[in-house]
Design a protein around this ligand. Structure first.
Ligand code: CP3
Length: 354
């Protein structure tokens, strides 16, 4: 028995029957919410917000208070690990993340797994949020994949195509493997810290896996994701903490990803849920995959698009509704309210006679 009042999300992750399809939204605590903007302002900077557990807890709860979401995700960022490694992260308006100390070849020889004490603000935020949620909905912890983190740290920030890490891959793959190995150990330790603090599920974001060829994806991304998953302390309880693996642009590698040890595959909108289900069978649950741009359309169009996603999955157990990528800042929060309520309403018939 789960102690959660709403355990649809965890049941769907285990492919158990539910009454309605659970729904949550990537970046649900974010800039489209005026109340987020207000706290962000109060914190002074994005990193100050991340590093103040009381404020991180407050913004994590904001979308849960507004909408009938089936899961919360802790407010943090995937780039907190490189920050703890000494890369010094800041976010610059209109530019995104920037590292004061990007990793050059000489630095990579010296990189080490950071003491997770340096990320204790994340575990404190999780502890506070679990207490505040009081068993209402589960809380998701997360991290970036080693490959995606290597792309940001070698580049020093966001750059289309991430040319520096791609150059390193071609010219010194052994050095890149060393970096990926250290990042995999760091990610594993960080996820274990989040699980220990109370995260009910964890998600691995491989945002830039899609930059790679199939061979390189398996060698430089999936291999390390598997190491991370294998190293998790998922608990000895009846239901171990589920792992969600999201690879943006990963539509060609669904069977390999489904065999990684994850429980749920997060999908972008480039693949239909029907096709994904055909490819992975009942091996894993599926999460996704409404195009975030639909939230900028009319309510009637949103309703129709939800119906198409539900129909594409085809009903039955094992679907968690989400967007195919993060929600964008221009979205009107009222449209999000409609989305959440309509996913619940429209999915009911798909769960009868189970
Ligand atoms: O989903 C949630 O509500 C939890 C919070 C969360 C954030 N970042 C907060 C955030 C999560 C899960 C992330 C993950 C993350 N961070 C990813 C993987 C997911 C994805 O989008 O593919 C990546 C690549 C990052 C790195 C990152 N953080 C970038 C590139 C940016 C700038 C781009 C942008 O959207 O502005 C961020 C900043 C960031 N992380 C914001 C939020 C709410 C916006 C910054 C702000 O408030 O000023």
């Amino acid at each position: 028995m789960s102690s959660l009042k709403n355990d649809r999300f965890l049941k769907a992750a285990r492919r158990e029957p539910v009454d309605q399809t659970p729904v949550w939204i990537m970046r649900q605590a974010g800039r489209y919410l005026p109340e987020y903007q207000a706290v962000r302002q109060r914190a002074g900077s994005f990193m100050a917000l991340c590093k103040t557990p009381e404020l991180a807890c407050e913004v994590t709860l904001q979308p849960i208070q507004r909408f009938a979401l089936d899961a919360a995700i802790i407010f943090s960022d995937i780039l907190t690990i490189p920050d703890a490694m000494g890369c010094k992260l800041s976010f610059i308006e209109g530019k995104g993340p920037v590292f004061a100390n990007p990793l050059q070849a000489a630095d990579i020889h010296r990189v080490a797994v950071p003491d997770v004490e340096r990320l204790s603000y994340v575990y404190e935020a999780i502890t506070l949020t679990k207490r505040a949620l009081a068993g209402s909905v589960p809380l998701i912890g997360f991290c970036g994949s080693p490959w995606t983190l290597s792309a940001y740290t070698v580049e020093g920030g966001s750059m289309p195509g991430f040319p520096r890490v791609m150059k390193l891959l071609r010219e010194d793959p052994i050095l890149l493997h060393h970096l990926l190995d250290v990042l995999a150990q760091s990610v594993c330790a960080h996820l274990n810290g989040q699980i220990e603090a109370g995260a009910d599920a964890v998600m691995i974001f491989d945002t830039w896996g899609g930059l790679l060829s199939t061979e390189n994806y398996e060698e430089f991304s999936l291999y390390y994701v598997k190491q991370v998953i294998a190293g998790l302390n998922r608990g000895k309880a009846l239901h171990p903490v589920p792992v969600i693996l999201f690879t943006k642009g990963g539509k060609n590698w669904l069977p390999q990803m489904a065999a990684s040890g994850c429980d749920v595959l997060g999908l972008d909108w480039e693949v239909s849920l029907y096709e994904a289900r055909e490819k992975v069978g009942a091996k894993v649950a599926l999460q996704g995959n409404l195009d975030p741009a639909v939230l900028l359309q009319s309510p009637a169009e949103i309703r129709q698009a939800i119906e198409l996603v539900l129909k594409s999955y085809g009903g039955g157990a094992g679907h968690i509704f989400n967007l195919g990528h993060g929600i964008t800042p221009e979205v009107n929060p009222e449209q999000v309210g409609l989305l959440v309520d309509w996913v619940h309403e429209l999915s009911k018939p798909y769960h009868q006679h189970q």
